[in-house]
Design a protein around this ligand. Structure first.
Ligand code: ADP
Ligand code: 5GP
Length: 202
C-alpha cells in the first residue's frame, strides 16, 4: 500500500486503547492516527476532525456507496456506524508515515483481507475491571455500558486472530508494550526510529 507500516489496534470499549495510544503517539515521531468517520454523537471534549469526523447516516451511506474507493473498512459497533477513509490511509502510508487504525474487530478482519497490517489487541485484565473503568469514565449511560460489556465478551474471542496481545493492567506497562511493538516492527522493516529508511554504507 505504501512505505509506512499499518498498525491496527483493537480493544473492547473501555479497554484503554485511546489512553495508551495517546501516550505512545506523543512519544514516537512518525506515527499518525487515522481519523475515522462515525455516526455517533460527539462526547464532551471530543472535536470534529481530531477525534472523529462526525457525520450523518446519509453522509456515511454516500461514502460507503463509493466502493471500493470510499472506506477501507466499515462496521456497525454498539448501534453506530464507523468507517476508515481509504484515501487518507493510502496517502499517509505513501508518504512513509506509520498509520494507526483504532478500529473494532470486524473492521480489523476486513483490513487483514486487503492490506498487511500489524494487528494489536488490547485486553482489560477482567470483566469486572472493564465495567469499573467504563463506569468511572462516565461517558455512557447504564444501558450503553451494558451493551459494551456484552459486546466485549464477543470481541475478546477475536484475540487469537491478532499478532500481539497487550493486557492493560498497569497503564505504564501497557504503554511500554505498545511502544516496544512499534519500535520492533520498525526494525523488522529495517526502519529507523524516525520512521525513515535506515541508511547504510553496505
Ligand atoms: P477505549 O478507548 O478503549 O474505549 P479508554 O482509553 O477511554 O478506553 O479507557 C477507558 C477508561 O479507563 C478511561 O477512563 C481511562 O482513563 C481508564 N483506564 C485506561 N487504562 C487504565 C489502566 N491501566 N488502569 C486504570 N484505568 C485505566
Ligand atoms: P467509541 O465510540 O468508544 O469511540 O468506539 C467504539 C468502537 O468503535 C471501538 O471499538 C473503536 O475501536 C471502534 N471504531 C472506531 N473507529 C472505527 C472505524 O473506523 N472502523 C471500525 N470498524 N471501528 C471503529
Amino acid at each position: 500500500m505504501g512505505g509506512g507500516i499499518l498498525f491496527v489496534v483493537s480493544a473492547p470499549s473501555g479497554g484503554g486503547k485511546t489512553t495508551i495510544l495517546k501516550k505512545v503517539m506523543a512519544e514516537l515521531p512518525g506515527l499518525v492516527f487515522s481519523v475515522s468517520c462515525t455516526t455517533r454523537a460527539p462526547r464532551p471534549g471530543e472535536r470534529d476532525g481530531r477525534d472523529y469526523h462526525f457525520i450523518s447516516r446519509e453522509a456515511f451511506a454516500e461514502i460507503r456507496s463509493r466502493h471500493p474507493s470510499g472506506f477501507l473498512e466499515w462496521a456497525e459497533v454498539h448501534g453506530n456506524l464507523y468507517g476508515t477513509g481509504r484515501e487518507q490511509v493510502e496517502r499517509l502510508l505513501g508518504a512513509g508515515k506509520d498509520v494507526v487504525l483504532d478500529i473494532d474487530v470486524q473492521g480489523a478482519m476486513q483490513v487483514r483481507k486487503t492490506s498487511a497490517p500489524v494487528l494489536i489487541f488490547i485486553a482489560p485484565p477482567s470483566p469486572a475491571e472493564l465495567e469499573a473503568r467504563l463506569r468511572k469514565r462516565g461517558t455512557e449511560s447504564g444501558s450503553a455500558i451494558g451493551l459494551r460489556l456484552e459486546n466485549a465478551r464477543r470481541e475478546m474471542q477475536f484475540m487469537d486472530q491478532y499478532d500481539y496481545l497487550i493486557i492493560n493492567d498497569r497503564l505504564t506497562d501497557a504503554v511500554d508494550c505498545l511502544r516496544a511493538i512499534v519500535v520492533a516492527e520498525r526494525c523488522r522493516r529495517r526502519r529507523s526510529l524516525s520512521g525513515l529508511p535506515v541508511r547504510t554504507e553496505f
